[in-house]
Design a protein around this ligand. Structure first.
Ligand SMILES: Cc1ncc(COP(=O)(O)O)c(C=O)c1O
Length: 395
């Protein structure tokens, strides 16, 4: 009976990262010693100031419906953050939406702007959910493949060539999941210059903003006056404050987009949990030190995983500039028996009990993604298992 179901939903893919994490969890529950570098969440506890804010919210019965756009104090704090930290001078509480994670901010925005026949440009490798989110609106994802020799950064020429009169939106994600790539201000400026005379929206997913690990500073498209009025900026507390389970994201959008995104939210979820909103506010006001500590730990882990991976010469990778992922090229070791990164990850999990995500989940063959949001011990054991499989394949 599947022909009676919604075609836009049927056309969208399931999240492969969640599927792998679920399989690893199921193996663990059977008592198998599975090591996982597949998850995309910080392994730190949520900062105490956020937890305390949540306890206080419950104690003071802040447990009812809130403004469907999010509580005013949090919208004020987010607007202030966007203005002062990101240079988005147009941000004010009236065009901020507090959402159920960054995911809902992205979906609300795409729902607000996309029509059937519209095209949305996505750079690959891409975060798993973008194409599905676009497909579910009825619009068409247009994938531009970035190249290893360009450090997985799109070039202005590539973007120019992909633009058509149907281009409704271009999605940027820097720092990038899965490559760890970051665009410098100059590179972002060159890409945005291509869009100056093209009437489309720019959707910037900045969820890894606080996780910069190298010398490149984070840069928000919304801080470029030439395009600022068309930029929708998405962020949230999930990655910055180790608050993935609280489900709080933020959207800043031009007034006409904001109005429709707000309508979607009001009709679909009303608003995120009142308690989680208070916790997010607690984090934003008091957890800057925790963020800095986590960032320093991630920098050390990046060095550890890069050092360990360097001892596997058959795998090529570039040092990530941001987020907490290593994007590694395994194409040289694939064989007739193990012809794809999906097959490689299947065997790695089944025989070596290591969960990684294959490049196919991010639109790319021949790659694997390793998350270093894990302890030094887990990272070390994981790379030992990866090395063992590579050695066995090459023996
Ligand atoms: C690039 C990117 N955007 C958005 C999200 C979703 O964030 P949230 O958990 O706040 O919905 C993720 C989560 O992995 C991500 O990697």
């Amino acid at each position: 009976m599947s022909h009676t179901l919604a075609k836009h939903i049927l056309a969208a893919e399931e999240s492969q990262t969640l599927a792998i994490a679920n399989r690893a969890k199921a193996m663990k529950s059977q008592g198998i010693d599975v090591v996982s570098l597949s998850t995309g969440e910080p392994d730190f506890p949520t900062p105490d100031c956020a937890k305390q804010a949540a306890y206080n919210a419950i104690a003071h019965n802040f447990t009812h419906y809130t403004d469907s756009n999010g509580i005013k104090e949090l919208r004020d704090a987010v607007a202030e953050k966007f203005r002062t930290e990101n240079g988005i001078s147009l941000a004010n509480a009236d065009n901020i939406l507090i959402t159920t994670g960054a995911k809902q901010a992205l979906v609300n925005t795409l729902a607000a702007i996309c029509n059937e026949g519209d095209e949305v440009i996505i750079f690959s490798p891409f975060w798993v959910s973008y194409p599905a989110m676009v497909t579910m609106t009825g619009a068409t994802p247009i994938i531009i493949k970035t190249l290893a020799e360009h450090d997985f950064k799109p070039t202005p020429e590539q973007l120019r060539d992909a633009l058509t009169p149907q281009t409704k939106c271009v999605i940027f994600n820097s720092p990038n999941n899965p490559t760890g790539m970051m665009l410098t201000r100059e590179e972002m400026g060159q890409l945005l210059a291509v869009l100056e005379n093209h009437d489309c929206y720019i959707l910037s997913d900045e969820i890894y903003e606080k996780l910069t690990l190298g010398r490149i500073d984070h840069c928000s498209p919304g801080s470029f006056p030439s395009v600022a009025a068309r930029v929708c900026t998405v962020n949230g507390v999930s990655k910055a404050f180790a608050m993935t389970g609280w489900r709080i994201g933020f959207l800043h959008a031009p007034p006409e987009v904001w109005k429709q995104a707000s309508k979607v939210q009001g009709q679909v979820t009303s608003h995120p949990s009142s308690i989680a909103q208070k916790a997010a506010l607690g984090a934003m006001l008091g957890a800057q030190h925790d963020v800095q500590t986590m960032r320093e730990v991630f920098c050390k882990r990046k060095e550890l995983i890069c050092r360990l991976m360097s001892a596997i010469p058959a795998i090529a990778f570039a040092e990530p500039q941001g987020a907490f992922y290593v994007w590694a090229d395994i194409s040289r070791i694939l064989t007739k028996e193990i012809p794809s990164s999906a097959a490689f990850c299947e065997k790695l999990l089944a025989d070596y009990h290591l969960a990684l995500v294959p490049g196919e989940a991010f639109g790319e063959q021949g790659y694997i993604r390793l998350s270093f949001a894990a302890s030094d011990e887990v990272i070390t054991r994981a790379i030992e298992r990866l090395a063992a499989m590579v050695n066995d394949m090459m023996a």
